[in-house]
Ligand binder design. Structure first.
Ligand code: ADP
Length: 653
């Protein structure tokens, strides 16, 4: 049984896709187990092409390739990768060691692609390193070694998977004569131990180490000399159909990729930091925007629900074509209306309101705030317990007394740490006595509930704002079931009182708090999604940055990809390797971005007094998004890397 047999193998290249170069013009060749073959010939005669085809790095255009008498013509690229890994060891003129890996990791590279988890083999390889005199150098990087030492490392790597054949392309081309002799002696020693070796060289004294010399000329074998008859080494029959191992799906495989990706990230710090920064800013923006949006929504909901759900708001807005414009319409509510509403069936409280902006002055301090006039029923309806002082009384309300309760913000602005109760302030130049301070309510979205002054309704109407009508009512209904009935009855009564026809029902607006709440939350949700979308765009930009960097990296590492493929890497291996790297960068950017975004949100909440809320959902969202960015934008560069042909990648300079 011959080891390798070529029958009528032809290979033609097309320069610029047009001009044909017939690199091999019908090669017939048999290689027996145990041979040491040198391929010679002038430059351009087809030596490298023949070696690449023998090593399954390239495919012939026509002809047959038999490995251990089994025809390989029907095998695909992926089968070739498995066969290369199992049966071939490569030694190159330029050593092709990976500069970022140490000696030990370099020689163990073929194991990644064979899925070798057997620790014995690794020990074997280490002892081989020892045998070639590199036992002390396992932790060194290739650039810390001499050329001869590097080629010895490459030789040990070629032997790692116990190959059937060692293929060497000008193995001494980059070495001085002493190192050349050392390497050649090693190869001869390996051959004596039964290894088959095929070597390309253009030097006769190197070819002299071989026991068979093929001479090529213009793509044809013109001479085939055997120096000595070797006794054919016995080889056990091997099943070529061994199942492919998808080693990347196992934990050990992923660990390898993650480790390599980690090395690549650490070894290219600036590049990595820039990519991470891009993702980080995007993720931080998403987190902050969502935190702001959710925060606003939550506090709005809290405030509205603190008002109770059985509340109705009664207004007579100005309407244009049925759309409420919110401002006061022609219908003006009166005290008579109030008395009627109070007495309706199912009504707990009906509270009137007027409000306007006013300038507040205390000593030399000025503050502009909202002044609200209301009735004494406001206190029990809203369940208000003044922080300091008391609420105004019915007698004060009826006598239009100039008394006021102030909110926390007003108290802070005008009085600082002093006690406001009993003090006199000026509201639009009219002197009022502060009788109490309202409890803290917090912000409702962007509206500060604590920035206001409460005074009796009639005082507000007749002494301060000059309005002689009530702007709106709040009505508390006894039970939730009565809401609709009460709301209908309110409209009916108000129409009657104002002598309006039934057709004008629209002019009275009775809104349910739950509806207001829904409308407000919907609006804030839309707003926060909008903000989120803007943030997502920045993530996208970060992703494109990563894609750029990855594409450059694939170019830079084309040679490495070629080597990995020669050692048996499948497309999927290369794809996953680059993808893992992209995802790792994004993941890291994501984590840092989440931390940074939380910090910014926290800063905003404490400096600008904005309500923020960072939900677990938004963290998961940002995280998922960053991983997706890694996958999506890493996929194309990774795919470009994966589909490179091994021989093309290896020849890339
Ligand atoms: P050698 O190794 O003997 O120098 P090669 O096998 O490298 O020869 O090349 C054989 C012929 O094929 C040469 O004429 C070379 O220019 C041509 N050739 C090799 N690779 C390519 C390629 N990728 N595209 C076009 N022509 C090529």
């Amino acid at each position: 049984m011959s080891l390798i047999e070529l029958k009528g193998v032809k290979k033609t290249y097309y320069i610029g896709g047009e001009i044909p170069v017939r690199a091999l013009r019908g090669i017939d060749l048999k290689i027996e187990p145990g041979e040491f073959v040198a391929i010679m010939g002038p430059s351009g005669s087809g030596k490298s092409t023949l070696l690449a085809i023998l090593g399954l790095l390239d495919k012939a255009d026509s002809g047959q390739y038999l490995l251990l008498d089994q025809d390989l013509s029907r095998k695909n690229e992926s089968d070739y990768a498995v066969l290369r890994n199992r049966f071939f060891g490569f030694v190159f003129q330029t050593f092709n060691l990976l500069p970022k890996l140490n000696v030990k990791d370099n020689v163990a590279l073929p194991f990644i692609y064979s899925g070798e988890s057997d620790g014995n083999k690794r020990v074997e390889v280490l002892s081989l390193l020892q045998k070639v005199g590199l036992g002390e150098r396992v932790g060194h990087r290739p650039n810390q070694l001499s050329g001869g030492q590097q080629q010895r490392v490459a030789l040990v790597r070629a032997l790692a998977n116990n190959p059937l054949v060692i293929l060497a392309d000008e193995p001494t081309g980059n070495l001085d004569s002493q190192s050349s002799n050392e390497i050649m002696s090693l190869l001869r020693e390996l051959n004596r131990q039964g290894n088959t070796i095929i070597m390309v060289t253009h030097e006769h004294d190197i070819a002299a180490y071989a026991n068979r010399v093929l001479t090529l000329h213009d793509g044809e074998i013109i001479k085939d000399e055997r120096k000595e008859k070797i006794k054919a080494a016995a080889i056990a029959s091997v099943d070529l159909k061994e199942k492919k191992k998808h080693h990347w799906c196992c934990v050990a495989g992923l660990k390898n990729y993650t480790y390599e990706a980690y090395l690549s990230i650490v070894n290219n710090k600036l590049r990595s930091i820039l990519s991470i920064l891009g993702v980080m800013i995007g993720v931080a923006a998403v987190i902050t925007m969502l935190a702001l949006g959710t925060g606003a929504k939550r506090s709005m909901e809290e405030t509205l629900s603190s008002l109770g759900t059985n509340m109705l708001m009664v207004r007579a807005p100005f309407r244009s074509r049925g759309i409420s414009l919110g401002t006061q319409g022609p219908t003006r509510f009166t005290f008579e209306d109030l008395e009627v509403l109070k007495k309706l069936d199912g009504v707990n409280y009906a509270v009137p309101y007027v409000s306007g902006r006013a300038q507040l002055v205390y000593q030399n301090k000025n503050w502009n705030s909202s002044v609200v006039g209301t009735s004494v029923d406001y206190q029990p309806m809203r369940d208000v317990v003044p922080e300091l002082g008391r609420f105004f009384t019915l007698a004060e309300a009826n006598s239009r007394a100039k008394v006021a309760l102030i909110g926390q913000t007003v108290a802070d602005e005008l009085f600082g740490k002093d006690d406001p109760v009993g003090q006199s302030i000026r509201i639009n130049r009219i002197s009022f006595q502060v009788v109490g301070v309202l409890p803290k309510q917090g912000a409702a979205g962007w509206q500060n509930q604590d920035d206001r002054v409460l005074i009796p309704l009639k005082t507000a109407m007749y002494r301060l704002l000059g309005d002689d009508y009530i702007q709106y009512f709040e009505v508390q209904v006894k039970t939730a079931e009565q809401m609709t009935a009460v709301s209908d009855e309110i409209i009916t009564q108000l129409l009657r009182l104002h002598r309006l026809p039934e057709a004008q029902r629209q002019s009275i607006d009775v809104m349910n708090m739950a509806q207001i709440q829904e409308a407000a939350s919907a609006m804030i949700s839309t707003l926060s999604y909008l903000l989120g979308a803007v943030a997502a765009v920045s993530l996208l930009v970060g992703g494109i940055g990563i894609m750029n960097i990855m594409l450059v990296m694939v170019m830079e590492r084309t040679h490495e990809i070629g080597l990995r493929k020669a050692l048996g890497a499948q497309r999927s291996d290369i794809l996953i390797q680059f993808l893992v790297e992209a995802v790792l960068i994004c993941l890291f950017g994501g984590v840092v971005g989440i931390a940074f975004g939380s910090l910014v949100s926290w800063g905003l909440s404490s400096i600008a007094q904005w309500n923020i809320y960072i939900s677990a959902g938004s963290i998961v969202l940002a995280f998922t998004f960053s991983v997706l960015v890694g996958i999506i934008f890493g996929l194309w560069p990774a795919w470009r890397a994966a589909k490179l042909l091994p021989i093309v990648a290896l020849r890339y300079e």
